[in-house]
Write a protein that binds this ligand. Sequence first.
Ligand SMILES: Nc1ncnc2c1ncn2[C@@H]1O[C@H](COP(=O)(O)OP(=O)(O)O)[C@@H](O)[C@H]1O
Ligand SMILES: [Mg+2]
Length: 245
Amino acid sequence: MASPHFICKLNAVTRVYGSGATEVAAIKDIDLTIEAGEFTVLSGPSGSGKTTLLNQIGCLDAPSSGELILDGTAVAGLSSRALSHLRGEKIGFIFQSFNLVPVLTAVENVELALQLAGRPDEARAAALAILPKVGLGGLEHRRPNELSGGQQQRVAIARALVKKKPVLVIADEPTANLDSANGEQILALMQELNATLGTTFLFSTHDPMVIAHARRVVSLRDGRVVSDERRDGGEPAEASAAEVS
Ligand SMILES: Nc1ncnc2c1ncn2[C@@H]1O[C@H](COP(=O)(O)OP(=O)(O)O)[C@@H](O)[C@H]1O
Ligand SMILES: [Mg+2]
């Protein structure tokens, strides 16, 4: 029997911050498997451990105990150089606050991801090719302050996807700074990219609209997984992915 391809697997992952009286276990004993091609929403109230968990999976931070396997590689014990190489190769990040470089244009922000990944030669062509796919054709040379919040988040999505094959795109509350119409469009865009490119998405939210459209919802409370629900009827978000506002 063919086994499914696991993008990442966490076994009993715990992350404790601080020590002594100030000790906080932000996530506790998390077991979680993400399979290739999944579109998973991590839900939970503020403080439930969503960002901490995403930082573990994205290799931005190391667990206090437990094990993480990312695309077949056990992460524990890797040097920080090996870890940053793994991260650069395999993971695309999208943040709530977009994290664009303000003095760079849209195309330059996207190029930067490839330059940092050690692939400067292909950067410009790849950046120009991907921007129309996220609905930003014609806006390539604008700076972030000349773009709406929704458009800035599209640049951030292009930046996460421009690496040839990020095995996983991690988005930490990507719609939190957007109004509901723009939030819905960004969600629709990610669903379309998941369907057409097969990119595996994992993102956190406490937005009920996003949760309603997800096929898999992992819920956190106080640092623990309290439910992991797969639904067949995760409806695509309605807004057209090509619309820009
Ligand atoms: N760097 C840190 N130092 C100390 N405590 C932290 C740190 N980061 C997060 N925490 C604590 O861990 C818990 C989970 O936080 P977080 O992962 O940011 O949750 P969420 O993203 O769901 O809001 C919270 O109690 C938070 O205060
Ligand atoms: Mg958070």
